[in-house]
Design a protein around this ligand. Structure first.
Ligand code: ADP
Length: 362
C-alpha cells in the first residue's frame, strides 16, 4: 500500500524551474489524498503561474514513478496574488551596483575646495578615455551636478522592476534612470528638488536619501561609479562608506593649511578599522593661479605644494594638481565642464584620470 510520505518524497523531486526550489518547500503542494487506487495531489498557485502546466505534468510523472499501479489526479487552486509589496528605501539591496567595476568616493574635509568640480571633470575625463562612467552626486546639502552638467530642470524617468525578497516573495521597486550627457550617467538629489529650494535633510533621512541615490538607480554596466560625497566626515559619511561597497576614495583639498587639517580627518575616516578603504590619493585643487593671457605663469595664492606635503606625510599619492583657471569656473557655471576641451585645463583632468587608473589597477 502506497503511503502519503512516499508521495511527498516523490513530489520533493519536482523543482520549480523559475525559483530553483522544490514545490514542497515553496508551499505549492497543498494536499495529498490516497483512496483505494487513486492518488490526488492538490497544488496551489499564487496568481497565474506560467509554469503551472509544466508542474502539473511533472507531479503526475513523479507520482506515477512511485505508484505506477495508482490512478493519478492533480488538482489546482489559484489563489489571488497579494498585492506585491513595494520595496522601501530602507531595505535596498545591492542589485543595481552589481555590474559596476569600481565605486570611488570623492571626498573633501570642507566645502568649497572644488570637490564637485573635480568629480564632474574626472567623470568626463574617464569617459573620454573610453570607460563607462556614472556619477552619483551625494552632496545632499548642495547638489551641484545638475548645474555643472547643464542638466538642471531635467526630471529622471523611473521604471518598475521586480525583485525577490529574502522570503522568496516577489517585490516591486521603482528604479530611477540616470540622466546621460557627455558620455556619463549622472544622478543627483538636485533633480528631485525645486531650483533654489534648500535641502534640509538631516541625519537618518539624509543617509537614506543618499543610499537611494546610489542603490535605487538603474546604472547598468559601468567601469566606474564616482560618488560625490557631502563635505566633511560626519555620521552620514561613516554610514555611507560603511554600507556601500566602495573600492576606494580620493580626497580633494586646496593647498591651505586649514583645508589640509581637514584632509587628515578624511584620510583617517577611510583608514578607520571598521572601514579600511584604500585612499587612492589626494587631488590638490586650486594649486596655483594661471591667468588666461599668461598661460606659463603660476601664482601660488593659496600657498605652494601644501597638498604635495600632505600626501607625503600620510603616505598617499598626489594624484593631481589642478590650477585655478577661469575657464574651469566658467565651464562649471555654464554646464560645459572644462574636461570636455583639449586645452591645458582639460588636460589637467585627463592627467588626473590616467593617474587614478594607474593607481586603482585599471
Ligand atoms: P565643493 O564641491 O568642494 O563645494 P565646487 O566644486 O562647487 O566645490 O567649487 C566651488 C567653486 O569653485 C565653484 O564656483 C567652482 O566653479 C570653482 N572652482 C573649483 N575648482 C576650480 C578651479 N580649479 N579653477 C577655478 N574655479 C574653480
Amino acid at each position: 500500500m502506497i503511503t502519503q510520505e512516499q508521495i511527498l518524497l516523490a513530489l520533493r523531486e519536482v523543482e520549480h524551474p523559475a525559483k530553483d526550489r522544490d514545490i514542497l518547500s515553496l508551499g505549492i503542494v497543498k494536499g495529498v489524498d490516497i483512496t483505494d487506487n487513486k492518488v490526488t495531489v492538490t497544488l496551489a498557485f499564487q496568481g497565474r503561474d506560467p509554469l503551472a502546466d509544466y508542474l502539473i505534468a511533472a507531479c503526475k510523472s513523479a507520482v506515477k514513478r512511485t505508484a505506477p499501479q495508482c490512478e493519478t489526479e492533480v488538482r489546482t487552486i489559484v489563489k489571488e496574488r497579494k498585492p506585491t509589496k513595494k520595496q522601501t528605501g530602507l531595505d535596498l539591496g545591492m542589485e543595481e551596483i552589481e555590474h559596476i567595476g569600481k565605486i570611488i568616493a570623492v571626498s573633501s574635509g570642507k566645502g568649497g575646495v572644488g570637490k564637485s568640480t573635480v568629480a564632474v571633470n574626472l567623470a568626463i575625463a574617464l569617459s573620454r578615455l573610453g570607460y563607462r562612467v556614472g556619477l552619483a552626486d551625494a552632496d545632499v546639502y548642495g547638489p551641484s551636478v545638475p548645474k555643472m552638467t547643464g542638466t538642471e530642470g531635467t526630471i529622471p524617468d523611473s521604471i518598475e522592476a521586480q525583485r525577490i525578497n529574502a522570503d522568496g516573495e516577489p517585490e516591486s521597486i521603482d528604479l530611477i534612470l540616470p540622466i546621460e550627457k557627455y558620455g556619463v550617467k549622472w544622478m543627483s538629489i538636485g533633480y528631485f528638488a525645486q531650483p533654489g529650494q534648500a535641502l534640509i535633510w538631516r541625519g537618518p533621512m539624509a543617509c537614506n536619501a543618499l543610499k537611494q541615490l546610489i542603490l535605487q538607480v538603474r546604472w547598468g554596466e559601468l567601469d566606474f561609479l564616482l560618488i560625490d560625497l557631502p563635505p566633511g566626515t560626519g555620521d552620514i559619511h561613516i554610514s555611507l562608506v560603511h554600507d556601500i561597497p566602495l573600492s576606494g576614495a580620493i580626497i580633494v583639498t586646496t593647498p591651505q593649511d586649514v583645508a589640509l587639517s581637514d584632509v587628515e580627518k578624511g584620510v583617517n575616516m577611510f583608514r578607520n578599522e571598521n572601514i579600511r578603504k584604500p585612499v587612492y590619493g589626494l587631488v590638490e585643487n586650486m594649486a596655483w593661479f594661471t591667468p588666461a593671457e599668461l598661460p606659463e605663469n603660476r601664482y601660488y595664492i593659496f600657498g605652494k605644494d601644501g597638498g604635495k606635503r600632505m600626501a607625503e606625510q600620510y603616505g598617499i599619492d598626489l594624484l593631481g594638481q589642478i590650477p585655478i583657471v577661469q575657464s574651469i569656473r566658467e565651464g562649471g557655471d555654464a554646464g560645459t565642464p572644462a574636461a570636455l576641451n583639449d586645452g591645458p585645463d582639460g588636460k589637467a583632468f585627463t592627467d588626473l584620470a590616467e593617474k587614478l587608473l594607474d593607481k586603482c589597477g585599471d
